[in-house]
Design a binder for this molecule. Sequence first.
Ligand SMILES: NC(=O)c1ccc[n+]([C@@H]2O[C@H](COP(=O)([O-])OP(=O)(O)OC[C@H]3O[C@@H](n4cnc5c(N)ncnc54)[C@H](O)[C@@H]3O)[C@@H](O)[C@H]2O)c1
Length: 454
Amino acid sequence: MNICVVGVGYVGLVVGTCLADFGHNVVCVDTNKDKIDGLKNGISPIYELGLEELIHRNVKEGRLSFTTDLKHGIQASLAVYVAVNTPNKADGTADLSYVQAVAAKIAEEMDGYKVIILKSTVPVGTCAKVREIISKKLEERVSEKNLAADVNLNGYLPTFSIVSNPEFLREGSAIEDFMRPNRVVIGAESDQVIAIMKDIYRPLYLLETPMVITNLETAELIKYASNAFLATKISFINEMSCICEKVGADVNMIAKGMGLDRRIGSKFLHTGPGYGGSCFPKDTQALLSIAKEVGYEVKIVKSAIEVNEYQKKRMISVIKQAMQDVEGKTIGILGLAFKPNTDDMRDAAAITIINGLQELGAKIKAFDPVSMDEAKKVLNNVEYCESSFAVAENSDALVILTEWNEFRQIDFSKIKELLNAPVIIDTRNLYDPERMLKLGFEYTCIGRGNFKSA
Ligand SMILES: NC(=O)c1ccc[n+]([C@@H]2O[C@H](COP(=O)([O-])OP(=O)(O)OC[C@H]3O[C@@H](n4cnc5c(N)ncnc54)[C@H](O)[C@@H]3O)[C@@H](O)[C@H]2O)c1
């Protein structure tokens, strides 16, 4: 099938590349010329394991191309995926201006039947709004020019279908998540368009991937419900970590003991410095706004957001307490991205924590295997280092903020030699406290009863 993917970000690029790998002809469109120029030269604008190789292969085999020419993308394709950004506005509602701009452009340029698939995470009712925008524009096109004179229309007013197809991939394992998803959610209004969507995802059908086929509104809400639930799970275990510290219990064992119950499950029960990234903070806020608009207050999700904010700020107190004071001290940070295997710094806990420590007068050195270029855009006055050892050198403490694999088996004797004081604050609970004490570190971790929280 000929497919156009509009928006070549963390989602659009993975979706477009994987659809090409399924065997479709995919043209990816973005307004960002630098991104497109880079991609034409085989350079991925994002760090995602295996992505660049997959792009190269599909470009080489002639199924994948990149352009800034949306008109070409639309006219060359039956299915048009919309994967542009939907950031939050200051009031927490989703900013749909990018989605709406693409919808208007599709209506201006479409020359025949199109399936318009919303991949972006959008509030309930957005698909209906997009339908309205396109219908209105098409009517304008007909009234502005003589229908018969519009060469692109060939005398016909084109028809279209809207599909809600939210994306559940996780940065860091995005290709695997897209190629082997737990489920595919499709909100659609006719058997014809459902058949087209099944055709697009035929390789997944063969893998017996469950397809949840429903109406547009339900599909739109499934995405927010899923993210809000996962964020709530994280905030729940982070609350447990606070209790554990007070009563001398171990939150890792609490998570294990809970997670083995199949009704609960072990995923998303790892305590840490608070969730971040491009989805959970934005989508939980947007869900509150969606509910507020219809006169309902989502109490559980509101609490999950509050707990998350508290957990991020609590880490500053934990670090301060472990170091007695941070004013005038140098703190070495390992890991900046909101999670490992991505360079994404959007809403990373590191931003709140580093800003907080700087406000208290600390000097920050940091290392992250891939996100330092992105970090430079959002953090000030940080000395970036080329390795964990360079971070440790002459620092008064080492703080783990992201659980990259390479930090798991670090050379602790070298780290100890390089640090001014053997102080490690591990917000991801990567290490065994007993071992760290034996190695001579003053070791602080989260929710394991070995220190009193501030
Ligand atoms: N990042 C994730 O892990 C993830 C997972 C699931 C869903 N989502 C959702 O997917 C959507 C995209 O997220 P993302 O992280 O890929 O965003 P992103 O910011 O990385 O990428 C969006 C891209 O869209 C482009 N764009 C904006 N307006 C455009 C236009 N008019 N025409 C062409 N291109 C345009 C931007 O230049 C940018 O490259 C969001 O709604 C997000 O909530 C993200």
